[in-house]
Design a binder for this molecule. Sequence first.
Ligand code: GLU
Length: 446
Amino acid sequence: MNAPVVTRFAPSPTGRLHVGNVRTALINALLARRHGGRFVLRIDDTDTARSREQFVTAISDDLAWLGLDPDAQVRQSDRFALYEARFAELAQAGRVYRCYETAQELDLKRKILLGRGLPPVYDRAALALDEADHARFASQGVAPHWRFRLDHGAPIAWNDGIRGPQAFDPATMSDPVVRRADGTWLYMLPSVIDDVDLGISDVVRGEDHVSNTAAQIQMFAALGAAVPRFAHAALLVGSEGKLAKRLGSLGVAEWREDGIEPEAVIALLARIGTSDPVDPQLDPAALAAAFDLARFGRAPARFDEAELARTNAAVLHRLPYARVAARLPEGMDAAAWDAVRPNLTTLADAGSWWRVITGPVTSPALDDDDRAFVAQAAELAATAWPADPWHALTAALKERSGRKGKALFLPLRRALTGANHGPDMAALLPLIGQAEAAERLRAASG
Ligand code: GLU
């Protein structure tokens, strides 16, 4: 690839990002990074009535949390002068035209066509209007809306980066409305004007935009610009289909609340929809290097929250102390992190295990045999504390008591941690320390 790779993520600030948007952002970010290119955030806020400043902020915050900071950011509401200028060129060239049909009239036309078994394509009646007609509408105070005139000369074709060769017959498409009668913009044309202006080389978005792409390809040509590469990702579905609604509201806020690490979200979303296994990769550069759009398939990508939870655990088990230190309880050091990390499903669990290390723990109720056994352990722990206290203690107790396996380990674990399961005792015991360990054993024996 010679020209620089420039991608963009173009959310409308009418709500929080949901998992589908996050996946689109990620794919665009990874594609740009993979090729040493640039990733642009474009805020699609031409609809000033529905756009909210709080969502503009939330989108940036969410991307930052995910580690997907853009290299540049633009807002469509800052760019109306550009749209106006490029629109004037299209008007001059006759590629946009004035229409006056009301919504009801258009609806009626559609119904008539459908009733005859024909596709409900706009009939271009407005193309037949002459200047006198326009003047008459103007004198009645009726302002036009504008459509882009598709060129019916040849099929619209592109080689989609995910879907492969695509072809549309423009004669079967309605000329898209690009501007409303009140002068406001619809999504289609400003998007293309921006893609041209920002040098976007690759447009990657959801497959719900495939038919928009067909029309937009003609808009690039009409503006005298090179057409970027296009790729359309298959939509996300929930693990049981019924989760579709939940997917629409699932995003960074919920993940943070559930103790999901950004690395887990990224690892999972980079791979669902491909046949590659999820790789709980912590190094963004390695993730980008392994990224390949061609790995994505056309089948819907399944987003499974249980898989996210598993990926989260796998990420935590790999995270080095330095990456989590600031989020751990005061005093929890690298040795403690390394001891508890293999047992975590969320980072909050680390705090629970830290409380087990620092105490106090609740003494378990043990039967008489076990109480006598941990009394022996208490005595041994109080007198000797070698470098590897757990193995030394259990070896000595094994010899004295004849116990082995669960009978040997479980009463000790319960006395020392108050729990039946947990991190490796060999790692925990040095952290608990001699005096505290001896005291816990003594308390459990009493
Ligand atoms: N704002 C549009 C959307 O969210 C952008 C689509 C595009 O990527 O061109 O659907």
